[in-house]
Design a protein around this ligand. Sequence first.
Ligand SMILES: CC(C)(COP(=O)(O)OP(=O)(O)OC[C@H]1O[C@@H](n2cnc3c(N)ncnc32)[C@H](O)[C@@H]1OP(=O)(O)O)[C@@H](O)C(=O)NCCC(=O)NCCS
Length: 166
Amino acid sequence: MDPVTVRPARPEDIPAVAAIYNEGIAGRQATFETRPREPEEVAAWLQEDGTLLVAAEGERVLGWARMTPYSDRCVYAGVGEYAAYVAAAARGRGVGRQLLDALCREAEASGRHKLIGRMFAANAASRALARAAGFREIGLERRHGRLDGEWRDCVPVERLLGEAEG
Ligand SMILES: CC(C)(COP(=O)(O)OP(=O)(O)OC[C@H]1O[C@@H](n2cnc3c(N)ncnc32)[C@H](O)[C@@H]1OP(=O)(O)O)[C@@H](O)C(=O)NCCC(=O)NCCS
């Protein structure tokens, strides 16, 4: 079996990235989003500010992690926000951890001093991944939004990087 490697996403990865995102949307544990994304919409991420990494086993994309700007205010230029999605068939094998570790390195190398994230309080896997990758849970955001009409609590997380870490 090929080793799992993490690398920047290429245009040919986009259908798999979209499929993995849509699997996460359908699972109703990852995001408030409910509309499946077309590959064309996901392809636009490659042109936008930020970073998109994929974890691949040979030709097969197993998951992705993305960093986007936290804010359009320049005072927060050092803060990035992450999202990570792994195909259901590849979860629990350390792929999410590999992706998030690589994204933290990438964020630091590009001069970010902090990476933040946010997940549903009920998303045990995402909270465990964040903790394992060195993120701190900041608190509990009660009733942060509704998914299918039901209130969901969220947990924001943060990890300091580079000089800020010291
Ligand atoms: C969250 C997600 C990305 C984690 O990826 P993964 O590849 O399955 O996670 P890993 O195998 O790298 O595990 C990372 C850590 O989380 C733990 N973990 C993984 N799944 C878990 C689960 N279901 N319950 C509790 N802990 C879990 C692992 O034990 C590991 O911790 P450790 O290093 O202390 O042992 C994946 O479950 C996923 O894609 N879920 C659907 C999309 C989603 O919710 N994305 C997050 C949106 S905020």
